[in-house]
Design a protein around this ligand. Sequence first.
Ligand code: UD1
Length: 365
Amino acid sequence: MHIINVVGTRPNFVKMAPIVEEMNRTPGIKQTLVHTGQHYDESMSRVFFDELGLPKPDIYLGVGSTSHARQTAQVMVAFEEVLGESRPDLVVVVGDVNSTMACAVTAAKLWIPVAHVEAGLRSFDRKMPEEINRIVTDALSDFLFTTSRGAIKNLHKEGIPKEKIFFVGNVMIDTLNKHRDRAANLNTPARFDLDAGEYALVTLHRAANVDDPRTLSDILDALIAIQQEIPILFAAHPRTLKRIDEFSFQHRLDSAPNLQTIEPLGYLQFLDLAMHAKMVLTDSGGIQEETSILNVPCLTIRENTERPITITEGTNTLVGIETEKIIAGAVEILTGKYKDGHIPKLWDGRAAERIVNIIKRLAPK
Ligand code: UD1
């Protein structure tokens, strides 16, 4: 069986690593790793391959950053050529980024079966580009691998036949479990003059939060207030760094003595910082899940989440995007009032094993 595994962005690498590893262990599977090049900076791509033990991509499409339509179209054109040459038995896509949807559409039109890992998540907010990517990818997929029962319900409501849906757990947690001991010993907080348990870790990159100057300004106001109570380490995505520069907000960050803004970190250092943080503030999807497993309080700076299980079972709270609400969320944690999480069903480090077993058993050869 020949399988093409597709990655494009930072979270894709984290999700795909255990699948590639499991396929390597499985006799009868030949795999090809395609990297679309949606993320391309050393710190957004290469470092993840090195740290997670992902093999060098067999094929690199090199699409880079541009508008949504152009990026999606460029991936489709390049991927169609790859599929034309190799005619795999299955294409595996992960997550909800433009590369995910582009490759699913391209494969489906060539009648090549598609497996979607992390299917069925819905924020019910179509202003999020990822929501559109999720809906399209799920509608076209033949194997829908889900992380939760809520995701299965969403797929049922959209009329996806139940024979296509498989509850397998969370591949992102496979990766976390594999690397957490190694990460824990890196002493990363000290590198930034921080003491374990006594800092807040921040990430921010959603277009809705950082591309609008008013929203970004409100969020920065919250961070500037919070750093008066607890030091903040802000690991900023390149998109966010660009916007801060464009909107001339850098001086505001510079005037906050307990707020350090740094470039994106690799997987292991970030994991080390997350597990030792007093709290994490983020608009990322994956970090809501990772903090739940690490039992670290997470404040999600968004109005909705496609991962409600991290609220009902994990350590996540949606605080929205208003300055006062973000501050109030942090104060609650600082004053010691915060829920404990527990580990959602099947988030046990064996999701990739289940996925590859199902593919091996049921995918056409
Ligand atoms: C993408 C995904 C988002 C995911 C995120 C993870 C889509 C629609 N969005 O958002 O769902 O949560 O990845 O990080 O697919 N840039 C660099 N270097 C890089 C990559 C990006 O400088 O290696 C900058 C460029 O200015 C680019 C901007 O970041 O224009 C945005 O990159 P893009 O891939 O379009 O979206 P992300 O915000 O990274």
